[in-house]
Design a protein around this ligand. Sequence first.
Ligand SMILES: [Zn+2]
Length: 464
Amino acid sequence: MSQSGVGASVAIRGRLLWFDGDPTLEGAAALRFVEDGVVVVEGGMITAVGEARDLLGRLRPNLPLADHRPHLVMPGFIDPHLHMPQTQVIGSYGAELMEWLAKYTFPEESRYGDPAVADAASRFLLSELLRSGTTTAAVYCTSHPQSVDSFFAAAERLGLRMIAGKVMMDRNAPAALLDTAERGYSETKALIERWHGRGRLSYAITPRFAPTSSEQQLEAARALASDHPGLHIQTHLSENAAEIAYVREAFPWSKDYTEVYEHYDLVRPKALFGHCIHLSDRERAALAEAGASAIFCPTSNLFLGSGLFDRAGLMEAGAQIGIASDIGGGTSYSMLRTAAEGYKVLALLGQPLDALAAFHMLTAGNAAALGLDDRIGRLAPGYEADLTVLDSRATPAQSWRMERVETLAEELFVLMTMGDDRATVATYAAGRRLYEKGGRSLPGKQEMPVSAPTRGPGEGGEAQ
Ligand SMILES: [Zn+2]
C-alpha cells in the first residue's frame, strides 16, 4: 500500500453504505447504498465514490485496490464519550455511579501519573477501538497531563482523528487525582498549546463533572472556554439520582443541574454532555438552544442502573444527540453492541430505534454531535477516509440468521443486534488499513500500525 505522510492512497471496493441525511427525519431517502461500489482515496482523503463499473476503469495506474466484497464498507464508527483510564475497571461489580467512582474508578485513575501505565492503556484502547471499527472518539484522560500526552502521542502515530482532554477535578476525589483551579487551568492551557490542531488531534476542555469541581475551577473552565471558543468541552450531566442531589446541595443558587454549566458558559456548540438522563423540559430546551450535544451511553446507563435516556424527548426539544460506549462504566467497546443496548433502553420507553437511525447515529449523527460532520462520518469526496468494513455473517449465529434476511434494513438490524468486534473485517484511518481481521492486530506493545496486511481467506484479493 503506497503511503505519503499520514494519509494513504487506495481504492476500496465493497457494498458501500452511508447517510447523506438523517433517516429519523427523512426516512430511507437519507440512506446511500451502492451494492458494488468503490471509494477512491488519495493521500488519506476520499476523492470519488460510486459504482464499481463506473470507477474501476478510471483508477489511476498503480493505485492499490482493496476488494472487500461481499462485506459492507461504511464510514468509521465514532464514539463521542469514553474514558481512556477505565479499560481495566470495566465490569466492576455492584455499584451505582458515585460508589463506582469512589470504589473502583478513582483508585484506578490514580495509577495514571505513571507514564508507562498511561502509554500502555492508550495503545490498548486505540487497538481495541480499531478492532471494533471505531476511528474517532472523544476521550477523557485523567487529571495527570502526562495521560493526555500518552494518548495523543499514540493517536498521532496512527494518524487518527481523536479528541481528548485532561480531566479537571479539584474536590471530592483522592489527593492523587486532584488538581487545583489554577493548576487545572495552566495544565489545560499548556496541553491545548501542545496538542490542539496538531495533525488530526483536537483538545477538549474536560471538567469531569460539577461534583468534582469547585466554583473556582468552573470559573477557570469558563476562562479556558472563552479563550478557545472553537474547542470541544466534555463533561457529565444528570446521570444518577445521588449525583443530582449532590449538585443541588453544592450549588444551591442553581435551579437545576444544567444551569450550573450554563452559569459558567459551558453549554454551547461542541459541548458534549454525557448521559443527560434525568433532565427537565427546561434543561432539554437549554441544551437544544445552545447547540450542545446530549450523549446517550446505553451500556453504561444499564450497567450502573442510572436510568433510561429519553431520545424522543431530547429530539422533540431539538437537541443534538450522540451515542457512545462510555468505557468503562459502559461494558463494550463495540458500537454495534452499544447500538443494540440503545435499542433495548429505548424499547423500554416505547421508542424503537430502527437500524437506519442507529447506523446513522454511529456515523454521520455522531459526527454532527461532535461538530465534525464536514469531515468525517460520510463516504463523500472531500471527506477523510476513515472507514470500517463489516461482515454481516461474522459468526455462525449471524450467518444462520442471515439466511432469512431479505432487505438491507433487516440485515443492518441483525448486524447491530447480534454483531460485535468479530464483525469488523478491516478498519481504515486516513486510507491506511490499521486493522485487519485475521491479520496482525495492533497489540499494546506495538508502536506502528499494520501497513501490509496479509490476505485473509475468503476476503477477496488485493491487487497491488
Ligand atoms: Zn463518562
